[in-house]
Design a protein around this ligand. Structure first.
Ligand code: CEZ
Length: 786
C-alpha cells in the first residue's frame, strides 16, 4: 500500500483505508501536528503548556499524549468538500468526512510537509500543509484541476472543525476585514489566579484565506443540519452557504468557492489555520504568511531547521527499505525528541536524558545544554527529580507526581554515550549550580547520583522501587516501602560500571574502585536473589514475593532484567546462554520481542496498574519498542549480531504489504509499541500505537551507529567494529564524527577469520583509530569473515 520515493525522503500511501490510522507528524519549536491519512488531525501548541486550537466536539480531558487514539466522524481534522454543481455529487479530500472512494489517492509524507493528491470524478485535488519554522500556524494549499475533458461547475468547501472551545464563552463569525473566519473563546477557569495566567492566551482560532470566498458558515450545527458530516445540509440542501455565525454555539470554519473550470484549468488557494489572541495578531499572521512568497519563505526556513537534524550516518545496505527509514526518518524522530522534548514543560527525567542521548548524534550542543539543565535540578541528597522543569512556572504533572527510583541511572548511561560521540570531556568539569545555590561540577554531581543509588538499597543489596522504575505503571511492587526492582538493581550496576570507567579515565582511582565495587555488589545481589534458573526475575514485592519468575502464571518473564543483566555483566556465560534462549522461547513474536509474557489478564495488587492495562497493550506485554531496543543493544554488546538485527528489523513495518496492513504503521517513525499477546489475540497483534513519543528512537539510532555499523567513539579516537547480520555481504556507510567525515566500505571476504580494518590504506591495530582529526576525510575498508 505504500512506497518510498525520492531516495527515501518521501513516503507515499496509495490507499485511504488499508491502514486507516496510518499517520505522520510535523513539528516546529512551538507546535505539533499529527495527521492521519484520512485527514484527521491532532494539533498542540505550547502556551506554555500544550494547548489546542481545534478541539473535539465535547469537553476534552487534559492528558499526556495517548497511544491508539480513536478517530471518529467528528474528530478534529482538515478537510475540503467538493460538490459538482450540475449533479450535486459530493466527495471530500483527503477522504473523510464523505468517505467516497477516489479513483486515485496518494498521501505523500515528507520531513516538513504532508500532501494528498486525490483524483475523483474527473477532478484532481492537491491538499498540502507545511509549518513555519517558529510560529504557531498551519499553512495549507489547495489546488484543483479539471481533468474531465469538459467544462465543470463545482463548489469547494474547505472545512476546518474547531470543536468545543469553551464552556464559558465561544463564538464564530466571518470577518471580511481580517479575511477569514474568526472563532473566539475564553479558556475556562475558576481560580482567580488562573485569570492572570490565561489572560494572554491565544483564545481565538482563525481560518484565513488568500481569496475571498463566495460564502461561508461559522456554525457547526447549521453546517451539518440533519445530513451529518457525510452529507451536510448546508452543502447539499442549498447552493451557497448561509453566511452564518455561532453565538455561544459550536463554531466551525467553512468557506465556499464556486468555480467554473474549463477542461485542464487549475485554481489554487491558500489558507492559514492558527490560534491568535486578537485582531492585531490575526493581521500579523495574514501579513507574515499570506503576502507574496509567504508560504515559500516559511517552508524554506522550516526546512533549514529540520536540516540541522539530519543525523551523523548515511547507510547503503542490502535492505533499501531499512536504509530509507534509517537515513531520513529515524534521525528526524530523534531530532524531534531533542528539539522539543515531546512538547512538554516537564519531561520525565529518564525521557529527557535518553532523548538527549539521541541528540548527541544529531545536535550534540543541544544535548550538552540539556544535561547541564537536568543536573541543575538534582536534589540535595543526590537523587534526580521525576521530571525536569523546562520553563519558569512549570510544574511536575501526571506521572511526575509519582515517585520513581530510576532517574539517576540515566546519567551515566546517557552521558557516556555523549562523551563517546563528542569527546567533550570538558563537560565533566563544568560547574552546575542548583536552586539551593549549591555548586558542583558535572562529574561530582553524577558521582553523588551514584552514591544515591548505592544507598537506596535494601538489606539484600537490591534497589528500592517505590512506585515505579523505568516501567511507569509498575506502581504497587514497592509502594509500602520494601519492594525492590531487579531491573533497577541491574541498571544501577551498569550505570556504576560506566561511571567507574569515566572516573578511571579522569584519574579518580578511588572513586572508580568504589563504584566498580558497588556495581559488583548489585550484580551479586541480583544473582543471589533473582536468578530463577533460566532467567532473571523482575523484582521482589513489599511482601517478599519474587515476580517475573517461573512460578508466575502471568508476567512470568520480563525482558528488561535480561537485557540489563547482559549490560551490567551480572550474567556469566552460562546464564547468558540460558536467558537468551528463554527470551527466544517466551518473548520473541512475529512482531518483535514482547516486554513480558504472558500478559496479565487481571489486576495483581502487588505489581500494580501495569497489570490492569489491556493484555498485549503498552507495558502489559506489547512489543514495547523501547524495551526491545535495550534488548537489541544488549545483544550487540555481547556479540549476538544476528539476533540483535532481527530485533531492530522487527521495529520497522513492511515492505511486505500484509505486515504493513496488520501493523497499520507507516515506516516514517517507530511507534512506542506494537500490540503483543499474539497467542491470545492474534487479530490485533502487531497493531501500532501510532505514538511517536518514545525512547526507542534514541536507542535504535545508537544501535545503528555504534553497534550495527560499529563506528563508536572511544577516548580521542574511533573504534571500528561492525556487527553486520551474517546474511549481508556488505554495506557502505558515511559517518560524520567530531567534525571529520568517514567513508566506510564493509564487505565479507572468504578466508578472513577476524575483522580487518584499514584506514586510508593503513591497517588498524584492533580496529581502533586512536586520533580523529576534525575536518579530515577518512576512507575506511573493513573486511569481515564470510
Ligand atoms: O510512558 C512511558 C514513559 O514516558 O512509559 C515508559 C517509560 O519508561 C517512559 O518514561 C515505560 O513505562 O503511565 C503510563 O501508564 C503510560 O503508559 C506511560 O507508561 C507511557 C506512555 O505511554 C508514554 O506516553
Amino acid at each position: 500500500p505504500c512506497a518510498f520515493v525520492d531516495g527515501g525522503r518521501r513516503l507515499v500511501l496509495h490507499d485511504p483505508v488499508a491502514m486507516p490510522n496510518a499517520s505522520t507528524f510535523l513539528w516546529n519549536r512551538r507546535m505539533l501536528l499529527q495527521l492521519n491519512c484520512r485527514g484527521y488531525a491532532t494539533a498542540q501548541f505550547m502556551q506554555p503548556e500544550p494547548a489546542r486550537y481545534a478541539h473535539a466536539p465535547v469537553l476534552e480531558a487534559r492528558t499526556f499524549m495517548q497511544p491508539e487514539q480513536p478517530y471518529y466522524a467528528h474528530h478534529p481534522g482538515r478537510f475540503c468538500y467538493v460538490k459538482d454543481e450540475e449533479d450535486g455529487a459530493l466527495f471530500s479530500v483527503p477522504y473523510a468526512p464523505v468517505q467516497r472512494r477516489p479513483d486515485t489517492f496518494a498521501f505523500a509524507v515528507g520531513a516538513g510537509d504532508a500532501a494528498w493528491t486525490v483524483a475523483c470524478a474527473g477532478l484532481e485535488l492537491e491538499w498540502r500543509v507545511v509549518l513555519p519554522a517558529d510560529d504557531v500556524a498551519e499553512l495549507w494549499t489547495l489546488r484543483v484541476r479539471n481533468r474531465s475533458g469538459r467544462g465543470r461547475r463545482i463548489s469547494l468547501y474547505p472545512y476546518f472543525p474547531v470543536g468545543y472551545m469553551s464552556w464559558m464563552n465561544q463564538a464564530g463569525e466571518y470577518r471580511a476585514d481580517l479575511g477569514g473566519i474568526v472563532c473566539s473563546s475564553v479558556t475556562p477557569y475558576q481560580k482567580v489566579e488562573d485569570y492572570f495566567r490565561q489572560r494572554d492566551f491565544l483564545d481565538r482560532t482563525v481560518l484565513l484565506h488568500d481569496r475571498a470566498p463566495d460564502a461561508w458558515e461559522a456554525n457547526q450545527v447549521a453546517f451539518e443540519g440533519q445530513g451529518g458530516l457525510h452529507a451536510p445540509d448546508a452543502i447539499l440542501g442549498r447552493d451557497t452557504l448561509a453566511r452564518g455565525d455561532a453565538r455561544y454555539e459550536l463554531p466551525a470554519a467553512v468557506l465556499q468557492y464556486r468555480l467554473a473550470l474549463a477542461d485542464g484549468q487549475e485554481e489554487a488557494f491558500a489558507f492559514v489555520f492558527a490560534p491568535a489572541r486578537d485582531d492585531a495578531q490575526v493581521r500579523a499572521l495574514r501579513a507574515r504568511h499570506l503576502g507574496p512568497g509567504g508560504f515559500a519563505a516559511a517552508e524554506a526556513a522550516h526546512a533549514a531547521h529540520l536540516e540541522q537534524g539530519r543525523g551523523c550516518l548515511h547507510q547503503d545496505t542490502p535492505e533499501a527499505w531499512f536504509d530509507a527509514f534509517a537515513n531520513h526518518w529515524l534521525p528526524r524522530q530523534v531530532h524531534y525528541h531533542g528539539d522539543v522534548n515531546r512538547l512538554t514543560t516537564d519531561p520525565q527525567t529518564r525521557n529527557y536524558l535518553q532523548d538527549h542521548m539521541g541528540m548527541a548524534y544529531v545536535r550534540p550542543e543541544v544535548a550538552r545544554a540539556a544535561f547541564l539543565h537536568a543536573l541543575a535540578q538534582q536534589k540535595p541528597e543526590g537523587a534526580m527529580p521525576d521530571g525536569i522543569l523546562l520553563v519558569e512556572g512549570a510544574e511536575l504533572k501526571y506521572i511526575n507526581q509519582v515517585p520513581h527510583t530510576d532517574h539517576c541511572v540515566w546519567l551515566p548511561v546517557c552521558l557516556s554515550a555523549y562523551l563517546d560521540e563528542t569527546g567533550d570531556t570538558a563537560l565533566l568539569d563544568e560547574p552546575v549550580t542548583d536552586r539551593e545555590g549549591y555548586t558542583a561540577t558535572v562529574a561530582a554531581r553524577v558521582g553523588r547520583a551514584m552514591d544515591w543509588l548505592l544507598q537506596a538499597r535494601d538489606p539484600r543489596g537490591l534497589s528500592y522501587i517505590a512506585q515505579g522504575d523505568w516501567c511507569d505503571p509498575m506502581n504497587m511492587v514497592g509502594w509500602k516501602g520494601r519492594g525492590v526492582s531487579g531491573w533497577l538493581s541491574l541498571a544501577s550496576a551498569w550505570a556504576l560500571r560506566l561511571w567507574a570507567q569515566v572516573c578511571e579515565r579522569r584519574g579518580e582511582a578511588a572513586q572508580a574502585a568504589r563504584f566498580a565495587r558497588g556495581a559488583e555488589e548489585f550484580n551479586a545481589a541480583v544473582n543471589a536473589h533473582l536468578w530463577d534458573g533460566d532467567w532473571y526475575g523482575r523484582g521482589i514485592t513489599d511482601d517478599g514475593a519474587a515476580f517475573g519468575v517461573r512460578a508466575d502464571a502471568e508476567g512470568r518473564i520480563y525482558l528488561n532484567p535480561q537485557s540489563w543483566a547482559l549490560l551490567s555483566g551480572a550474567a556469566d556465560a552460562e546464564r547468558r546462554a540460558r536467558l537468551v534462549a528463554a527470551v527466544e522461547r517466551h518473548l520473541v513474536s512475529p512482531y518483535g520481542v514482547a516486554m513480558l509474557d504472558p500478559p496479565y489478564t487481571g489486576m495483581r495488587e502487588d505489581v500494580g496498574r501495569l497489570t490492569q492495562k489491556f493484555p498485549g497493550s503498552a507495558e502489559n506485554g506489547s512489543v514495547y519498542n523501547h524495551a526491545a531496543a535495550f534488548w537489541a543493544y544488549a545483544l550487540y554488546r555481547v556479540g549476538e549480531a544476528d539476533r540483535a538485527w532481527r530485533v531492530l528489523r522487527a521495529m520497522l513495518p513492511g515492505p511486505d504489504p500484509e505486515d504493513l496492513v496488520q501493523r497499520g504503521q507507516l515506516p516514517v517513525f517507530v511507534p512506542n509499541y506494537y500490540r503483543g499477546a499474539w497467542r491470545l489475540y492474534p487479530r490485533t497483534a502487531g497493531r501500532s500505537s501510532q505514538l511517536f513519543n518514545t525512547g526507542t528512537a534514541a536507542w535504535l539510532y545508537r544501535c545503528l551507529v555504534e553497534e550495527l555499523f560499529g563506528l563508536r567513539g572511544e577516548g580521542a579516537g574511533l573504534r571500528i567494529a561492525p556487527q553486520l547480520p551474517s546474511h549481508w555481504p556488505g554495506a557502505r556507510v558515511r559517518r560524520r564524527f567530531r567534525g571529520a567525515g568517514f567513508e566506510v566500505w564493509m564487505e565479507r571476504v572468504a578466508g578472513v577469520d577476524a575483522a580487518r580494518v584499514t584506514v586510508d590504506g593503513r591497517s588498524l591495530e584492533a580496529g581502533l583509530l586512536p586520533r580523529v582529526e576534525p575536518g579530515r576525510h577518512y576512507t575506511v575498508h573493513v573486511e569481515l569473515p564470510a
